[in-house]
Design a protein around this ligand. Structure first.
Ligand code: AMP
Ligand code: TRP
Length: 332
């Protein structure tokens, strides 16, 4: 059986982009693959986190995976930091990663901005930890949104460099797996920037925990433009916000945009927005309910996480031992 691995930083507020770009694809893949899915709490530390909130957000992220339809029988769900092999392998891999590769990473450039010298080193070495997360489990593919493609590519480069340096095949080069029409859901306030849980404006995103009224208000206020609803794809050109709302509708309903052009083409935006709000509310309702139920039953949730940790640990431990053997670390 093929294996997949993926994770999301546990910085709170999982949003629609996380669902459409990542979690929903894991749900689709879980019947035919063995899944390792974690909450990336170590990666979250690249930005200062309130300790209580971080711990809580990590548990919430894992509960949200389950609420979105991940089956505890099919997947190992775990917090990244519970498997110390991630951090240990990261060090070893960092000795096989050139600075040139890290310097090319667009995420670092974006996040560090002009104040590079002030950025913490974790932000810079972030891709090496991500490579360790991936390579420990030898997955065939890594289902993530578009923005993570470069990180999967560097993980492949690092794996290749390590294998070549020692003349081994210990690491499998993982495939980037982008799926579906919504690998990039954009902000409700700016169609050129990604919907993100770290955007200071809550109105820019639909959180998976948002109640129906909040969702309705956010969609009503979502940015469009002074034109009317497009009647064909050509009329969406140069209108990123409009394109994004259509994309969200189609991703959630798994329908083709054609019928939207027919139903709403030439009209003002409000009827379409009402319909979109309805689709969002009804798609997220079962998720929110299941999430609330899971969070209210801590024993069960912690038990599922405990099982996931055991399963992940067994695999991670084995790979790290192989690596230590190959590179000649002391065995005692
Ligand atoms: P992050 O929230 O940055 O930790 O991302 C976790 C996962 O969700 C990754 O696979 C991302 O590619 C995906 N993701 C996050 N935001 C979006 C978005 N706006 N559109 C599509 N995928 C997203
Ligand atoms: N960097 C990813 C993100 O922000 C989260 C992540 C960390 C990840 N380690 C990973 C995703 C390993 C896939 C595989 O979305």
């Amino acid at each position: 059986m093929k294996r997949i691995l993926s994770g999301i930083q546990s910085t709170g507020n999982l949003q629609l982009g996380n669902y459409l770009g990542a979690i929903r694809n894991w749900v689709k893949l879980q019947n035919e693959t063995e899944c390792f899915l974690f909450a990336a709490d170590l990666h979250a530390l690249t930005v200062f986190q309130n300790p209580q909130e971080l711990r809580h957000n990590t548990q919430e992220a894992l509960a949200m995976y389950l609420a979105c339809g991940i089956s505890e029988e099919r997947a190992a769900l775990f917090p990244q930091s519970m498997i110390s092999e991630h951090a240990e392998l990261m060090w070893i891999l960092s000795c096989h990663t050139s600075m040139g590769w890290l310097n090319r990473m667009t995420q670092f450039k974006e996040k560090a901005g002009k104040q590079r010298d002030q950025a913490n080193a974790g932000l810079y070495t972030y891709p090496i930890l991500m490579a360790a997360d991936i390579l420990l489990y030898k997955p065939d593919s890594v289902p993530v949104g578009d923005d993570q493609k470069q990180h999967v590519e560097i993980a492949r480069d690092i794996a290749g460099a390590f294998n070549r340096a020692y003349g081994v095949e210990v690491f499998i080069l993982p495939e980037f797996l982008g799926m579906g029409p919504a690998t990039r859901v954009m902000s409700l306030k700016d169609g050129t920037s990604k919907m993100s849980k770290s955007d200071p404006s809550d109105a820019s995103r639909i959180n998976l925990k948002d109640d129906p009224d909040t969702i309705l208000q956010k969609i009503k206020k979502a940015k469009t433009d002074s034109g009317v609803f497009p009647a064909n794809p050509d009329e969406t050109e140069g209108r990123p916000e409009v394109k994004n709302l259509i994309n969200i509708y189609c991703a959630l309903t798994e329908k083709n945009p054609e019928f939207l052009y027919q139903q709403f083409g030439g009209k003002i935006f409000s009827p379409f927005k009402e319909s979109l709000a309805d689709v969002c509310v009804e798609s997220l309702r079962p998720i929110r309910e299941k999430f609330n139920h899971l969070m209210a039953h801590q024993d069960h949730l912690n038990n599922v996480i405990g099982q996931g940790v055991l399963k992940a640990k067994t695999v991670a431990e084995k790979t790290l031992l192989e690596v230590k053997e190959i590179i000649g670390l002391y065995k005692g």
